[in-house]
Design a protein around this ligand. Structure first.
Ligand code: HEM
Length: 297
């Protein structure tokens, strides 16, 4: 984490120092996307990082195509038709799976003397392959790699982008597995419920009159005491399906922000246009240009 971040901030400093006024506008949204992809690829694939990045690049393109087609009206069966977008989706899917399979196979062939596949995420998952009932199949390992990249990349990247404004996942969805009562509402089995995290995070009912103000001191006694309901902070969800990467993400954000703040002063560029858009995670539609100035030359 720290090594990836330091190489990014060193590059920023070099660019700023080269400039006449010793400052530089940096497109933070793009930089954070690249940084968090590097961090998650290193964590997942260690030494096979470069190949992992290739696989994740294909997954990102695939995700964008799927997000675009998910806004179309869905006609059952059309996902199997060889349309231009489906052909592109299938091609990227094959490319990504091939890269991941290559990484796993080369790791299988290079098992070290102590019969371990390594201490990155891939190695740990492959080591479980050797044991009895928890054994993971190649397919399952590939799916887990995809999940971790999807769940741990844009979330953290957009979290860094907004830092103290918004949470990156703005709503949760649940489907009722049986008829149930929720407060005064009867929820029939099969109903989809959306939980509006952003609205809950801005509710004066839970957070008090200053709900819309940036007040980090409200967390001084811990997250569960910050509001008048212990689960009012839902950024990582709560319960058995809450975010498995929460501690990783917290560590990543603290590492990145502290390494940046130690080195630069910064201000928002006049080019910035405030237009958050929900593309599965909340993103700045027109990027985040920030002017940075090194604190020391
Ligand atoms: C600021 C960053 C992050 C935010 C705001 C975030 C938010 C969330 C939320 C709200 C959920 C629950 C989704 C639901 O219940 O419908 C979730 C689940 C999950 N997150 Fe994160 N996440 C972040 C970073 C990460 C990272 C870095 C990883 C992995 C390294 C990760 C892996 C996962 C996984 C695997 C799940 C599914 C858990 C399950 O269904 O059992 N997340 N995340």
């Amino acid at each position: 984490m720290a090594a990836c971040t330091i190489s990014m901030v060193d590059e920023w400093k070099r660019k700023a120092i080269e400039a006449k006024d010793k400052s530089k506008t940096i497109e933070m949204a793009e930089e954070f996307k690249e940084l968090t992809a590097n961090i998650i690829a290193h964590t997942s694939f260690g030494t096979s990082f470069a190949h992992g990045r290739e696989a994740f690049k294909a997954q990102t393109e695939l995700q964008m195509l799927c997000a675009a087609s998910s806004s179309d009206i869905f006609i059952p069966g059309t996902q199997y038709l060889p349309t231009k977008s489906n052909l592109e989706i299938w091609k990227l899917d094959r490319k990504m799976k091939k890269s991941l399979k290559c990484i796993i196979e080369s790791r299988l062939n290079s098992q070290s003397d102590n019969f371990s596949y390594g201490d990155d995420l891939l190695g740990i998952m492959m080591d479980t392959k050797n044991d009895g009932p928890d054994k993971l199949k190649m397919n399952e390992i590939m799916e887990e790699c995809k999940t971790f990249f999807f769940a741990g990349h844009e979330t953290t990247s957009n979290w860094l982008v907004w830092t103290v404004l918004y949470c990156p996942a703005i709503e949760l969805e649940r489907m009722a597995s049986k008829d149930m009562k929720l407060g005064n509402l009867m929820i029939p089995k099969g109903t989809c419920i959306k939980i509006p995290i952003t609205m809950i995070h801005r509710s004066t009912k839970y957070w008090g009159e200053d709900a819309n103000e940036f007040n980090p001191m409200r967390f001084i006694n811990g997250v569960s005491k910050a509001a008048n309901h212990p689960n009012a902070l839902l950024a990582f969800s709560v319960g058995p399906r809450n975010c498995i990467g929460q501690n990783f993400a917290m560590l990543e954000a603290k590492t990145v922000m502290s390494l940046i703040l130690q080195r630069f002063s910064w201000s928002l560029s006049p080019e910035y246009q405030h237009a958050p858009v929900n593309n599965l995670t909340l993103q700045p539609q027109h990027g985040l240009p920030i002017i940075i100035k090194p604190l020391q030359f």
